[in-house]
Design a protein around this ligand. Structure first.
Ligand code: DI6
Ligand code: FE
Length: 402
């Protein structure tokens, strides 16, 4: 067997079927970026490998996947964070031009180069924790020019850094001030002007379906158009209230419904029937000090796959640590460490429509791998602010991350 890389003396957590699937005394063979063989070292066939890597009994997992972020944006909202802790409410801040609109203003006036320069260290922080694939949403432009600029920034990041970026169009994130009281006209703009141009450059369309954002009827209209363009659909649903967004999106074949704090039984059953992934975002719940929890027991009982993501954004989740997010998913939402790891590997791959290629360690999958200095996989969700990542392999190549 010919190989570019033979990885030996490792313990492999395959995550097949969402379980650890730990193989002790394991070996793994990579050729042309693809896993060609994995199993117990004793059964390893004859291999002529160009590179042999001794893992010194480190634990190996699939490359981690952050399947929901907004990490391209201008400015930051630390001042709002401070004002909120001094007693200001969201409504007051929004009325004073804060909230999502503050970030929209900053993103509109920042160049693509400056946006990329600001996003790079955020993305690097994720990569240093073993993230090899990340989803990034637009949604801080809310006009065609700036939405396209955000996609260009993602393309620049992908050129500079060894990471795969899944690009999502979130033109329906908030109603821009120039469309005040003309929401339907803005939805027309999203459907008729923005979507046709964005369709070439992104793979999915997301809508923030919420009382402070877009209604289910508007969401349905946008999703209908997205499907006509051959894009997959995802939704921010049931974060602040229950509008039935997850039910609607699942009925239209959404790949994921995200947040879900206020999800009800009908929504959860629709997700189970449609095999829609539930993406849990504990960083937002934590930052907003939300007391309502997504119905994890119900999702588990119905067999809805649960992914876990940072929701990295300047307002509700200024969090750029996938490991801390796994810890929050356990401590705040009651996931097991195994479920949290499945949430950032196999189920996250599914939320991004990449389950055939990413998310587990199996023959024929892409060789995105992380070597960890830990004894047990539960340690990945256990530490807070400690990074045991020892080495990252992307498409079969070892990375040096500065
Ligand atoms: N849900 C959220 O929590 C964020 N966006 C979204 O759709 C908020 C983004 C922000 O405040 O900038
Ligand atoms: Fe979000």
């Amino acid at each position: 067997m010919k190989a570019d890389l033979l990885l030996q003396d490792v313990r492999i957590v395959t995550m097949v079927g969402g379980r650890y699937g730990l193989i002790e005394n394991a070996a793994l063979v990579v050729h042309e970026g693809i896993i060609r063989w994995v199993g117990e070292a004793l059964a390893l066939p004859q291999v002529q490998a160009r590179t042999v890597l001794a893992g010194r009994r480190r634990l190996v997992t699939p490359g981690l996947i952050d399947c929901h972020t907004h990490l391209v944006y201008g400015g930051n909202r630390a001042a709002e964070f401070e004002q909120r802790l001094l007693g200001a409410t969201y409504e007051e801040l929004a009325a004073a031009g804060g909230g999502i609109m503050a970030t929209v203003k900053a993103t509109r006036r920042t160049s693509a180069e400056a946006l990329a320069a600001a996003a790079r260290p955020r993305l690097r922080t994720l990569l240093r924790e073993g993230v090899t694939t990340v989803e990034i949403k637009t949604g801080y432009g809310l006009d065609l020019e700036t939405e396209l600029k955000m996609v260009r920034v993602m393309e620049m990041l992908e050129e500079d850094l060894p990471v795969e970026i899944a690009k999502t169009f979130l033109g329906a994130h908030a109603l821009p001030p120039e469309y005040r009281r003309r929401a339907e006209a803005y939805v027309d703009l999203v459907c008729d002007q923005m979507l046709p141009q964005m369709a070439e450059r992104v793979e999915a369309v997301d809508v923030f379906c919420e009382a402070i954002a877009f209604t289910p009827a508007q969401t349905q209209r946008i999703f209908g158009r997205a499907l006509e363009h051959g894009l997959s659909i995802r939704i921010h649903a049931e974060q602040l209230s229950n509008l039935g967004g997850a039910l609607l999106a699942a009925g239209m074949g959404a790949t994921s419904a995200d947040h879900l704090e206020y999800l009800d039984g009908a929504g959860a059953r629709a997700m189970a029937a449609a095999e829609t992934v539930g993406v849990l975002l504990p960083g937002a719940l934590y930052t907003l000090r939300e007391t309502r929890r997504p119905p994890v027991d119900l999702l588990r009982r119905l067999g809805v796959p649960m992914a876990v993501a940072t929701d990295a954004n300047p307002g509700t989740s200024p969090c750029f640590s996938i490991l801390t997010t796994m810890n929050m998913a356990c401590v705040l939402l009651g996931l097991t460490p195994e479920e949290a790891l499945a949430g950032v590997t196999v189920h996250a791959a599914r939320a991004l429509g990449r389950a055939g290629r990413l998310g587990t360690i199996e023959v024929d999958k892409q060789a995105d791998l992380v070597l960890w200095d830990v004894e047990t996989p539960a340690e990945l969700a256990y530490y807070i602010g400690y990074n045991p990542c020892s080495q990252v392999i992307k498409r079969g190549r070892s990375l040096t991350l500065s």
